[in-house]
Design a protein around this ligand. Structure first.
Ligand SMILES: Cc1ncc(COP(=O)(O)O)c(C=O)c1O
Length: 391
């Protein structure tokens, strides 16, 4: 049969991280690679109780087809939660998605034609590049001055369908933009008429102080905001949400209908039963304490083990360290030896839309405990030292 792939299918690429996750399932490999939340912190009892409550009070509704927009009370909860962060949002603008990854795909589907320009940070979230790529965009990589993407770069991105930005504890760099940069970016985007797609799965995972308000708080209708329950509750629920300007909402909704009709009603009701009880604040406090300790453990381990010439900034939230290696070292080339030595990381090149820089790697500090982090970082250092000697 002459099966012919669509051009967009030709552009689908395996995720380096998903491929890596398979390797890290090898017994004995410490994974600092995947962006996996700490499973020891999942609110298992609360999910169990919430599930029992849903099945006792609304079993038939929970198991039936449901509205594509999402479960009304959950949309209300999301709107309240975001208003507390400074967003002007009405529950009617909230679309519940099957993870925020689905939100990214819907954004691509609704906003991109072949050849449309998308402005992106360098580095940026690999999964967003993967989600947008099938819609055949051109990338406009935003210059960065160390404090974040430059507002002038946004001004030069005029004509882009949108700029995809992660101001909070970015995946992969861990960086959090300060308030002044957020204002400058939102204002530059407004002046250049570049819409912002703001992806914020990590904003609640701050360790010292909450981050400044989202870009969307200043950009209003000029921004589409994506959030997720994956990092604050559990990724297995596959629950995310997007807040769309009113004009875009119907198209995103239609795209979602075509994709999966709706996000599982059972999961939405379980999450709502849990969130409505007000347990999130206490759970977040636990997560922040746990993750802060692991961040400190990784920072200390990197300082103890890595050779001179390596650079990193301890993140103030989120899940990742971004480590720059001495010049001439290719992180991807180190990976096979690292796996043999029992540790996995993600080579930095995966996070660039173009002109990948080979000399960095991403380490997750939340997935494993402090003792394991220490062993993992020591193994990375051994492999790196060997590579430096054989240069
Ligand atoms: C920046 C960013 N956006 C979106 C996602 C997708 O998250 P989910 O689909 O689990 O909500 C991730 C997952 O790691 C992420 O890091």
């Amino acid at each position: 049969m002459p099966w012919t792939l669509a051009r967009r299918a030709e552009r689908l690429q395996p995720s380096v991280i998903r491929e890596l996750l398979k390797l890290t399932e090898r017994p004995g490999v410490i994974s600092l690679a995947g962006g996996l939340p700490a499973s020891d912190a999942f609110p298992v009892d609360a999910v169990r109780e919430a599930t029992a409550r849903v099945l006792a009070t609304s079993p038939r509704e929970a198991l039936q087809y449901a509205a594509s927009e999402g479960f009304g009370p959950l949309r209300e909860w999301v709107a309240d939660h975001l208003r507390a962060k400074g967003l002007r949002v009405d529950a009617a603008q909230v679309l519940i998605t099957t993870g925020s990854q689905q939100g990214l795909d819907l954004v691509g589907k609704v906003l991109l034609d072949a050849g449309s320009t998308v402005a992106v940070e360098a580095p940026t979230y690999l999964g967003a590049l993967q989600a947008f790529a099938p819609y055949e965009p051109r990338w406009h990589v935003l210059d960065d001055d160390g404090a974040g993407p430059c507002p002038q770069a946004i001004a030069r991105a005029g004509g882009a369908r949108f700029a995809y930005l992660q101001p909070n504890f970015q995946n992969p760099s861990g960086r959090c933009l300060d308030a002044a940069r957020r204002h400058a970016l939102a204002d530059a985007a407004h002046d250049a008429r570049v819409p912002i797609v703001e992806d914020d799965p990590y904003g609640e995972l701050w360790f010292d102080a909450p981050p400044p308000p989202p870009l969307a708080a200043r950009a209003g209708d000029g921004a589409l905001y994506l959030g997720s329950l994956s990092k604050v509750l559990a990724p297995g629920l596959r629950l995310g949400y997007l807040v769309a300007p009113k004009r875009l909402f119907p198209k995103l909704l239609q795209a979602k209908q075509a994709t999966d009709l709706h996000t599982p009603a059972l999961n939405q009701r379980i999450a709502h039963a849990l969130l409505a009880e007000g347990g999130l604040a206490a759970h977040l406090a636990t997560l922040r304490r746990l993750y802060r300790g692991r961040r400190d453990a990784m920072h200390a381990a990197l300082g103890r083990h890595l050779p001179p010439g390596c650079r990193w900034t301890p993140p103030r939230g989120g899940m990742f360290f971004w480590v720059e290696l001495p010049a001439g070292i290719d992180a991807a080339a180190l990976l096979p030896a690292a796996l043999d030595a029992g540790v996995a990381f993600v080579p930095g090149a995966a996070f660039y839309a173009d002109a990948p820089r080979a000399h960095a790697l991403r380490l997750s500090f939340v997935t494993v405990d402090a003792t394991t982090i220490e062993r993992g970082v020591a193994a990375v250092a051994t492999v790196l030292q060997r590579a430096l000697r054989s240069r």
